[in-house]
Design a protein around this ligand. Structure first.
Ligand code: THU
Length: 170
């Protein structure tokens, strides 16, 4: 994403461009990304999604090479559940505090219909991911897909969440 660090209060007009890469299939990607996405597929199958029947898996790689998993965890009190991406980053934060997340792979499938388009992280997850990226001062690459088919790559959370709200505003 191309923006400057200009103070938005002083702006008259701001144009934001996002550059994402789209791959026709997972097999076009490097083997380490394929491996990470395959871990996300495995995590996805263990999602607890009895209400939406929409299973999401996330796998992230740390700079140490360690892989941390997450999947969506739903709840009868619907807002008490959590998305796969936040389960994964909070899992990493709990297990490896201070580690740098280099890559995140996300996959989704529905038990009701075929999910063949890439499924991007929701807004709340983007905000949570942004916090980690800002703190680690290193971009994390994000790859997302449906149950099969095209894979989209964002080189940074910034590509998915323009005008990130972070602690510098507090
Ligand atoms: N979900 C995720 O896990 N990640 C997202 O980014 C979007 C939605 C989950 C939440 C809920 O369990 C189900 O998908 C349907 O919204």
């Amino acid at each position: 994403m191309e923006t400057s660090t200009t103070n938005t209060r002083d702006l008259k007009k701001l144009k934001i461009e996002t550059h994402l890469e789209v791959f026709d299939s997972l097999s076009e990607l490097p083997i380490d990304i394929q491996e990470l996405m395959n871990k996300a597929h495995e995590a996805r199958e263990n999602a607890y999604a009895p209400y939406s029947h929409f299973k999401v898996g996330a796998a992230l790689r740390l700079d140490s090479g360690a892989i941390v998993l997450g999947n969506n965890q739903e709840n009868a009190a619907f807002p008490s559940g959590l998305c796969a991406e936040r389960v994964a980053v909070f899992h990493a934060g709990a297990m490896y505090p201070g580690a740098t997340i280099t890559t995140l792979a996300i996959t989704a499938r529905s038990l009701k219909h075929n999910v063949l388009t890439p499924i991007p992280p929701c807004g709340a997850c983007r905000q949570s991911l942004a916090e980690y990226e800002v703190v680690q001062k290193t971009p994390m690459a994000i790859y997302f897909m449906g149950e099969r088919g095209k894979v989209v790559k964002a080189s940074s959370v910034k590509g998915l969440l323009p005008l990130i709200f972070d602690s510098s505003y507090l």
